[in-house]
Every structure is written in C-alpha cells, then in structure tokens.
Design a protein. Structure first.
Lengths: 109, 348, 276
C-alpha cells in the first residue's frame, strides 16, 4: 500500500489558511470520491471540502479549532500501490472472448 | 539488490551506474519508477519534472516517492503548460542537464508540438552538433482505461514523421525498465510512449536486457504469419497468437519497440520467414505508422510475400471516450479477421 | 415538470424588465420522480456558490434526490448589478423569484401530489425573503427552512450615509453593526459594493415586518447558538406559532452566523424536514 497526501487546497479569494471546524471522516474510514471530508472556516466563509479521491483514510491533520495553511497536509489516504490515477480506470486483464475462427489450407512450399 | 559503479560522463556530470541485479516481478509503473530512481541516482544532471510528478507522485504513480528521495530541485511540479515544460527541457538540455520531462497524457502533447518539433528535434542539427538534446519525454499513451477525451490518443505517427526525434514504446515491465534507461542515456531526444493500459500488469524484470535494445524484438516465434505491433497492442497480439494456434496457425509476434527509427532488418528477417504480415495499431488507419511498416516489408519481401500486408487499426475518427473505446481499439476478433484475410489471399 | 432536455429555458421579464439573475437548476443523479424542487436563497454579500455550493448544501440535497434551484440575488455572484434602486427591493426580488421557480418547473401545490409545490431554504437575508415568499405564495410553498433568521432585518438599521462617507474618504463608521456589515461585504473582492448599498437602500424602504404577513406552511428555524445576528429567532417562532403555524426550532451548538452553514446536523435536519 502507498500513502497519498492531499494538502489544504487553494480556497480562492487570496485566502492563505483555514480553521478546522469538524472532521466528517476518521482514520480507518473508506471514503468515496467527492464525499465530504471536513468543514473548514476561513476569514470569509465556511467551506465543506469534498474528497479528491476514493480510498481509506490513514491520517487527518488538524483538530477542530486548529488552523492549517494552504498547501499543508490535510489528509493522508492509504491506496493500493497500483491504484489507478486520478483519470480513468484500471483495465481488467481477462481472457479474451473470440467469435472469429481461422480456416486456411497452408501450402508449405 | 543494486550495485553502484562510478564513471565520469562526457559532460562532466558524475555518473554512477546502478541497476537491478536479480529478476524482480514488477508492474510497468514500478519498473519505470525503479528505472527513474536509478537514473536520478546515477546521473547527477538528470531532472524529472511535469504536472503532478513531484508531490503527488504522478497520476499513474510512476514518479511516486522520487521527490522525497531525490529532492524537490531534481523532481518537481510544473504549471499546467506543456509548451513551458518542453521549452524548459530544451533550455536545460542546452545547459548540460539530462531532462526527463513528463507530459501527463498523450493529448496534452499538442500544445508542446512547437517546442518538440521546432526546437528539441533540430537544435543539434541547427547548431552543427554542438547542442545535443538528451531529453527523454515520457508520455502516457494509447487508450484502454476508459478515460475522457485527450487521454487515449496514439501520437506515434506525428512524432515519427519528425527528423531528429526517436520514438519508442515498451510493451511490458522488462522492456519499460531497460528501454527507459537506454533512452535516458541517449544523446538524442526520445519520445517515450508508455502504454497506460499496461501500467498495472506485473511481469518479471531481468537484470540484463536480453537483446539489442536499439531494435525490434520477436515476442513470440511462429512460422505462418507475423503480427507487427507496439505498446499495448503487443499483449493483445500475443493473445491472438494463442487463439490462432487453436486453429493450427502458428503466428509470430514482432514487437517493433522503436517507431523511429524502425528496425527494417528484423522486420525483413521475420516476414522473410513467415511470408505473411499483419500490422496492428490503435491509431487511425490513414497515414498511420502501419503504412510505413507495410512499405518496409513490401520493399524487402516483395518476392516471397503470399499476400499484401494487412492493417488492423483504429478508425479515422477522433478517439472515443469511455465504453466506445472497446469498439475502436483493435480487439482479438478484428485482428483474427485481418489474419484470415491474409491467409485467404489468392494471386491472379 | 420541465426536463433536463426539454429545450431552451424560457426567459420572462417581470414588470417589463429582465432582471438578468443567474439561475441554476441542479438535477439529482438518480432523479427521484415526484420530488418537488427546492429553492435556495442566499444571504447578504454572499452568493449561491459561497452560501450553498462550497458549503456542501447543493451536493447534500442532490444526494437526497432533490432537484435544486439556486439564484444569485441582484448585485451578487454572477447576477447583474443594475443601477436603479427598484431592482433591489424585496418585493421586486420576490416577483423575480416567483417567475424563476415557475420557469424552472415549480407548480402549485396539489394535495396528494408530492411533485407539486416548492420547498424553500433561506439563509440570513434569504430567510427574510423566504418568510415573505412563503407568506405571499401559500398555494405554491410547501415548507420553509429559515437559517440564521432575524425578526428585524439588520440591514434596515444600516447607516447608509456613514457607509458612503467611509467609502468616499475613510471617515470611521460609528455604528458597530454597519461597520461589521460593510467589512463583511468588502472581504470578497468580487462583491459590487455599490450594488450592495443599493440593496440596503431598497431594504430600508421596505423593512422587514415579520408579523405583517406570516407564512402558514410548516417551518424549521435553525441557527448557531453563537449567532449574534439570530438572537431573535424565538421572536420569529412565537410570531409564527401565534398565527397557527407549525414551527420547529434547532440550535446548533458552538456555531456562529458564518460557520453554521457547513454543519451536517443543520443539513440533515433540513433534508428530513423537507422529505416528501
């Protein structure tokens, strides 16, 4: 298994940090892509951050009330070494199904 | 597991030679990761950069852990600007570095065509050999992973048409490991097309290449017909060869590996024996590399060929997204049909 | 109901002018047939994107199978910021909202038909608008959820001339509430301050009088227990109860006017309260 760390994303409007309000997931949870992960509050608004990917939560950073800077680690996922990238799906390596049969009389001259 | 020897390169960079010493079963991702790790460790001028290759470790995990190990000055993230990535590569090569840039997906290479074609491919020529471009551009290529548009394209014919570029595509982890090391040691720019559909399949990687990495290789020996393929289509052709054997047809599979320059000698030797050939590629038919291969075979084997060379390819349409790619990428039945057409051919 | 592919969305003018409000209709992935749409009305100096999308409300409602209509108020978000003050008056906004939800497929309530009618969720200023919308559209509105509500619109007491003076030459604003509201509005570089001041001016001409028109459909009132702008929530509740309206109240511990919005208990209570 490999660790995949996601930092606090750029929240726009020139914001450089956010305060953790409440975690909606805990280490050990299996989360889906886009599932809400955490509520954070900036100097301007409160935001619910969706998960950038599916995976098992390994660690979370920041207790409620603690502030995290943009770019600092927010959450660490445990993902299979060979899990697909952010785009596409892992193809299945399965035995091919055929419909076409070959027929030929081969002259071996 | 690894052994290090020291040497001095021509450019003055400190070069250590490290490589795996005993066979290891690796996925192509891991094989490429291992090769990059060794290249970075052995060549102090080597740099790995591109979109998300650093902190994230690449969208296919190929550069996983390299930034932590070799530092963010040698493995780094770039802005989302392919023209900038390749422009940077050209400048670094001029300054004596060995750039190993990544373009995240095949279809993202188009914005960098100017830098690749007008600069990287011809700076050595333009400078009368004083500005070699030892750049290895890694491009996750071809289809097969149900990705959206621009994530499944086959650009080999575009690049192979450009004088000054080398183009190579590995078919399995062993080829990936050795060809990447070979490409990174080349003084010429190499477009390294990684078949993303084959990233996850594991296979043994031997310590020694096993053959001359500069040319094509016979992936399966056969007597009746040669299937010519590269990248992800090699594995499919090997499946087809097994199916053809059930019908008594002994198919040879030739993994072309280098799409520029093409190894015409191995092609001529193989088809000279089997007298029949089918070329398989994912790219569209018209002006695809299959036409070039067919002409090389015809020129060398015209007298003994039993049939015109057949092509089994993608269609002349933009690469389709999602489930439609099963209809587009040559499947075993379409390749078997191609073989049947060659077997049925009658002169006169 | 107007389906996703039923053609170009109709545009209608209200009182002869197109308000050029930015409207989005969000369709749930598993379109639960027969659910009435939910209209979301954001607060002062906010937008649908900030108030409802970034906070996870749109995703939560879509996940519950609800069709969601969001609209940016005039001078906010991606809506136009007209020069005239009338475009910002609460009565004009209510008329625009009625046209928008009708165009988006909302139909008058019919007993026994859970696809008929409209649920409305408002926040802060949006709660005031939702209260009035519910009171004036009893045949359309099914239920109300009012977040961070106030029995008297704080914008009505806004010291407009002090704010204009402050913007012109930096003269400090004496009134604490006015200074706070202006600071909030200026935090977002995307805000059009002069459009927001037009809204304040229009609200001052039509101040909120909760008792004047009381909604009779069931309502849920929600606020953070640290919300200084919603301390009059019980007053609103008693006005509605006195008028015979079924009222539920929910206080979210530890949350204030800004950060109650992302709270899961708030969202869950709203989704359950509005469940068909």
């Amino acid at each position: 298994m490999a660790e995949l760390t996601f930092p606090l994303p750029d929240l726009g409007e020139g914001l450089i940090e956010a305060t953790v309000l409440e975690w909606l997931v805990a280490p050990g949870d299996q989360v889906e892509r886009n599932q809400p992960l955490v509520e954070v509050e900036t100097s301007k608004s409160a935001v619910e951050l969706p998960s950038p990917q599916a995976g098992k939560v390994l660690r979370i950073h920041g207790e409620p009330g603690q502030s995290i800077s943009v770019g600092q680690p927010l959450i660490v996922f445990d993902v299979p070494d060979d899990s697909a990238g952010i785009v596409g799906t892992v193809p299945k390596d399965e035995a091919p199904k055929r419909r076409v049969r070959l027929s030929a009389v081969l002259d071996e001259d | 597991m690894t052994e290090t020897t020291y040497a001095q390169s021509a450019t003055g960079a400190e070069v250590h030679t490290t490589h795996i010493q005993e066979p290891r079963v690796l996925s192509m991702q891991q094989a490429l990761n291992t090769a990059l790790d060794e290249i970075l460790a052995s060549n102090t001028k080597a740099l790995v950069f591109g979109e998300d290759v650093g902190h994230l470790g690449g969208v296919f995990r190929v550069t996983d852990g390299l930034q932590a190990k070799h530092g963010s000055s040698r493995v780094f993230d770039t802005p989302l600007a392919e023209s900038g990535i390749l422009g940077l590569a050209a400048g670094l090569a001029m300054a004596g570095f060995t750039p190993l840039p990544e373009v995240q997906f095949d279809g993202f290479a188009y914005p960098a065509i100017n830098q690749i074609v007008c600069q990287i491919a011809r700076l050595n020529y333009r400078s009368r050999g004083t500005m070699p471009m030892p750049i290895t551009l890694r491009v996750p290529s071809f289809g097969g992973i149900r990705a959206p548009e621009h994530h499944g394209e086959s650009l080999e014919a575009l690049f192979a048409h450009v004088p000054g570029l080398k183009v190579v595509s590995p078919a399995d982890p062993h080829q990936a490991y050795h060809l990447l090391r070979y490409a990174a040691a080349s003084p010429d720019p190499v477009i390294f097309m990684e078949p993303k559909a084959r990233y996850w399949q594991k296979a043994p990687v031997e310590a020694a290449p096993g053959d001359d990495l500069a040319g094509a290789r016979i992936a399966r020996h056969g007597r009746h017909l040669t299937l010519v393929a590269w990248g992800a289509m090699v594995a499919r052709c090997l499946q087809v060869a097994e199916l053809a054997a059930e019908d008594g047809i002994d198919v040879e599979v030739l993994d072309l590996r280098w799409l520029s320059p093409i190894d015409g000698v191995t092609l001529a030797e193989s088809v000279g024996r089997t007298r029949r050939a089918v070329v398989v590629h994912e790219a569209p038919l018209t002006s695809g590399l299959g036409a070039e291969v067919a002409q090389l075979i015809t020129a060398s084997c015209f007298d003994t060929l039993r049939s015109p060379v057949e092509r089994v390819t993608g269609f002349d349409v933009p690469y389709p997204s999602g489930d439609l790619e099963d209809e587009y990428v040559p499947n075993v039945d379409r390749i078997l049909y191609g073989i049947q057409r060659v077997l049925e051919y009658k002169r006169g | 109901m107007s389906g996703r592919h039923s053609g170009e969305a109709p545009t209608h003018t209200v009182e002869g002018t197109d308000p050029r409000l930015f409207v989005q209709v969000h369709e749930p992935q598993d379109a639960a047939i027969g659910n009435r749409p939910v209209l979301l009305i954001h607060g002062f100096s906010s937008s649908s994107a900030l108030n409802w999308e970034a906070t996870g409300w749109v995703a939560a409602l879509l996940g519950a199978g609800r069709r969601v209509i969001t609209v940016d108020l005039p001078g906010h978000g991606r809506s136009a910021a007209p020069d005239d003050c009338d475009s910002y008056s609460p009565s004009r906004i209510r008329a625009d909202l009625l046209q928008i939800v009708t165009d988006a497929g909302a139909r008058p309530l019919m007993s026994g038909d859970s696809s008929s009618g409209l649920d409305v969720i408002g926040y802060s200023l949006g709660s005031r608008l939702a209260w009035e919308f519910g009171a004036t559209q009893p045949e359309l509105v099914h239920r109300l959820v009012l977040g961070g509500p106030n029995s008297a619109d704080p914008l009505a007491d806004f010291d407009l001339s002090a704010a204009q003076q402050h913007l012109a030459d930096g003269t400090p604003i004496q009134d604490v509430s006015t200074a706070g509201l202006l600071r909030m509005a200026q935090l977002l570089p995307s805000n059009n301050i002069f459009a927001l001041l037009s809204l304040v001016e229009a609200i001052k001409s039509e101040p909120f009088d909760a008792a004047e028109a009381v909604p009779h459909m069931p309502m849920l009132l929600v606020a953070g227990d640290q919300d200084e702008r919603a301390v009059t929530l019980p007053v609103l509740a008693s006005i509605a109860t006195a008028a015979g309206t079924a009222v539920k109240e929910l206080l979210i511990p530890g949350r204030n006017h800004t950060n109650v919005l992302t709270n899961r208990a708030f969202k869950q209570a709203a989704i359950e309260f509005l469940a068909p």
